[in-house]
Design a protein around this ligand. Structure first.
Ligand code: ATR
Length: 269
């Protein structure tokens, strides 16, 4: 029987993961199928167990089930533990193993695809929800000079910084952000409704690299703000492809070539 994988979420129709993994499988010659599954909002665990019983080998998990996937996992990677959320499940001889590939996806897209080293850089991470939490450990592992966390609700940024308790990580009030940063990452969902995170334009300079974790056909509002201050900006489509590649690697032990997959997705966005 062909190895089965899927992405599970609610809603799920919009997910690009089946297309990405089909291209990875074709490219690497891996014999597998990858589907999408809409789970009822109160039916995540049942849907996963049913999939395992029917030969499922692994799953990607998207909104709103990443916390339930974390709870369901019997074993979790360090990066899943730090993220407090699981986006990749591996079904390994009856054991459910949870991982999180979002952070490494971001790091690879910035450091490899965009060619921007993170080591020694002053990083500003905007947002303090699940998306921000998911990328902190992999960013810290790149040894930046510092990571400053800021958020519309300041107390959440402070709590997140406390939780990691790392000397290079601190929270700041938005109105206390006086410096220009080397790397500014938008991990808020403000852009999904066309909005802007409440970050002052003064954080961007001509040498700043701005990264928006969401993606769109045109430059997002955040990217436009950064560009208006002379910064270079990139959206999160590459992160989507890279997190998928890391999941694929966890399941199959093979690293796909992400460049052609990114190119074909970009043409469709
Ligand atoms: P996610 O898992 O995508 O991070 P989340 O946990 O709901 O989702 O967090 C959303 C993040 O986007 C938070 O940092 C939120 O700020 P608050 O903590 O102040 O709510 C931020 N956010 C969402 N909409 C925003 C907006 N219109 N302006 C500024 N920040 C926004």
């Amino acid at each position: 029987m062909t190895d089965r994988y899927l992405v599970i979420g609610n809603p799920i129709a919009h997910s690009k993961s089946p297309q990405i993994h089909a291209q990875f499988a074709q490219q690497t010659g891996e014999a597998m199928v990858y589907e999408r599954l809409l789970a009822p909002l109160d039916g995540f665990v049942g849907a996963v167990r049913d999939f395992i019983e029917h030969g499922g080998r692994g799953a990607n998990v998207t909104l709103p089930f990443k916390l339930e996937a974390f709870a369901l996992a019997e074993q979790r990677s360090e990066r899943a533990q730090a993220a407090g959320a699981v986006n990749t499940l591996v079904f390994d001889h009856g054991r459910i193993v949870g991982d999180n590939t979002d952070g490494v996806g971001l790091v690879r897209d910035i450091s490899i695809n965009a060619g921007v080293a993170i080591a020694g850089k002053r990083v500003l991470l905007v947002g303090a929800g699940g998306a921000a939490q998911g990328v902190i450990l992999p960013l810290l592992e790149q040894a930046p000079h510092s990571i400053t966390l800021c958020n519309r609700t300041q107390s959440k940024a402070e709590e997140l910084a406390q939780q990691f308790s790392h000397p290079a990580l601190q929270a700041s009030a938005l109105d206390a952000l006086g410096d220009v940063y080397d790397l500014v990452i938008n991990a808020t969902s403000a852009g999904l409704s066309g909005g802007l995170p409440p970050v002052p334009g003064t954080v961007f300079g001509a040498d700043t690299f701005a990264y928006d974790m969401i993606y769109a056909a045109q430059a997002t509002s955040f990217m436009q703000l950064a560009q208006s201050h002379g910064a270079q900006a990139r959206d999160g489509l590459g992160m989507l492809v890279e997190q998928a590649a890391e999941s694929f690697y966890l399941w199959r032990g093979v690293r796909p070539d992400t460049a052609p997959v990114y190119k074909s997705l970009r043409a469709q966005v």
